[in-house]
Design a protein around this ligand. Sequence first.
Ligand SMILES: NC(=O)c1ccc[n+]([C@@H]2O[C@H](COP(=O)([O-])OP(=O)(O)OC[C@H]3O[C@@H](n4cnc5c(N)ncnc54)[C@H](OP(=O)(O)O)[C@@H]3O)[C@@H](O)[C@H]2O)c1
Length: 282
Amino acid sequence: MRIFITGWKGQLGQALQQALCDECVAGCDLPEVDITDRTAITRAIAEFAPDAVIHAAAWTDVDGCARNPGRAFRVNVMGTRNVGHACSRINAAVVYISTNEVFDGSASEPYRESDPPQAINPYGQTKADGEWFLRRLLAEHYIVRTAWLYAPNGRNFPHRIVELADERGALRVVSDEVSNPTYAPDLAAALAALIHTGAYGVYHLVNEGYCSRYDFARAILRLSGREHVPVEPIALADFERASTPPPFAPLANTAAAALGIVLRPWEEALEEFVRQKTQPDE
Ligand SMILES: NC(=O)c1ccc[n+]([C@@H]2O[C@H](COP(=O)([O-])OP(=O)(O)OC[C@H]3O[C@@H](n4cnc5c(N)ncnc54)[C@H](OP(=O)(O)O)[C@@H]3O)[C@@H](O)[C@H]2O)c1
């Protein structure tokens, strides 16, 4: 298959390049190609003539999106619309990477693929709007929602926890924000399987199980040999930030599971991530 990846220097983009090494893959990212430049992204996609485009590029700074919703709209909504137009012109399928933040977090059970999006912050709203455009532009779409992504190459929650633990020696972490920590290489492998099914639709792809940010931080510290670092659980309401995260927004993988695509439990994936990070370079 010929597969084009937007955002291919990002956490997921790099994991996809590895997971799709048996396919014919190309991609783009900033600064070379800006998805808000319709001509540039249309040309980049058309020149490669892919069978499918995995659209992973986004402005993922959730607090930045809350401070500058205009920029969030340009990148996450108009940029996604541009990618959708480019795909429909050449009959390429699209795999759009969306987020658990399209939900409001008021549920008591993990969200299923059929639950209606109801975002409560600008990042979540722009990602939900991106879904809306792609549904209307292309019948051949996979909308794949994921959550709390981390990868060896990225700036993400596990990196930040370790950094803060070493800097401050003690942490305060919210215990009432809950979702699924998801290891980007596991998501990439699941996407590599999904893209061959032709079973278009909405999917929730996350590592199995869910936890609070507090539990996630404790697991990171334990696995990285920092169990002695004290962590105080705090409430979302006590943590001032620009964006309002959905409090309880884990995702349930029911659609991909029906196709036999399931990710391992988040604890196992985190263990592998930490082991790889702490291995001395050969
Ligand atoms: N990270 C998470 O926890 C999480 C959770 C759920 C869903 N997602 C979704 O998963 C996807 C991948 O996330 P990720 O963690 O891999 O994100 P990431 O590491 O931030 O990668 C996104 C890439 O997109 C690029 N980009 C930003 N604006 C662009 C533009 N205007 N034109 C072209 N490229 C642009 C970024 O470049 P710069 O770095 O130069 O800005 C970056 O290389 C995103 O669609 C995100 O919404 C992420």
